[in-house]
Design a protein around this ligand. Structure first.
Ligand code: GAR
Length: 204
């Protein structure tokens, strides 16, 4: 069976858009089945409809716990026989309830070169720290936030006249490349995990 992907978003959805565009151009090694948002006002939902994708909104405020919220999402993932999940700007921490249902089948994109600058406002933290190289990371999701084995990283220079906005935009361009590359690696599954490292079959 072809891999069946769910993309999780919370806002703008430009990384999701990069994946939808890749699928449209037959550059994706699986099918995007559903888009899931925790935010009913996420702009990305309109983008998803433009691509004729089924969307579901699960407002986390409507559930009494993180676990209950995820159990409701899992029911929909099962219904659509989802095999892989891409967190593309999903601004919720996910728990072991979801992670254990999809071990090493969930990836997340983060706008820094992890392990530097995990958490929120990564681009501002990089700028304030004074790094000369910044970038983005796509990693497998484990129970520790922004800390799973790394599939893809892309770098960008940081300039003296950068603002949070200019640096974020430069990183975002690379995110759109990295998310497609990493999703394809995930869907192909030609790797194993050794400690923290992702070992690709072709390197063995
Ligand atoms: C992206 O920069 C993504 O890396 C970041 O949110 C933005 C979402 O943009 N994710 C995180 O910070 C996760 N901790 P998008 O909705 O346009 O894809």
């Amino acid at each position: 069976m072809d891999p069946r992907v769910a993309i999780f978003i919370s806002g703008r959805g430009s990384n999701m858009n990069a994946l939808l565009e890749a699928e449209k151009q037959s550059r994706l090694k699986g099918r995007i089945e559903v888009i899931i948002s925790n935010n009913p006002d996420a702009q990305g939902l309109d983008v998803a409809h433009y691509y004729h994708k089924k969307t579901y909104v699960f407002r986390h405020e409507n559930y009494k716990s993180r676990e209950e919220h995820e159990k409701a999402i899992i029911r929909i993932l099962k219904k659509h026989e989802i095999t892989h999940i891409v967190l593309a700007g999903y601004m919720r921490i996910i728990s072991e309830v979801l992670i254990n249902k999809y071990p090493n089948k969930i990836i997340n994109i983060h706008p820094s070169l992890l392990p530097a600058f995990p958490g929120l406002h990564a681009q501002k933290k990089a700028l304030d720290y004074g790094v000369r190289v910044a970038g983005c990371t796509v990693h497998l999701v484990t129970k520790d936030v922004d800390a799973g084995p790394i599939l893809v990283q892309k770098t960008v220079p940081v300039y003296s006249n950068d603002t949070e906005e200019t640096l974020s935009a430069r990183i975002l361009e690379q995110e759109h490349i990295a998310i497609v590359e990493a999703t394809n690696l995930l869907l192909e599954g030609k790797f194993r995990i050794k400690g923290r490292r992702v070992i690709f079959e072709e390197d063995e």
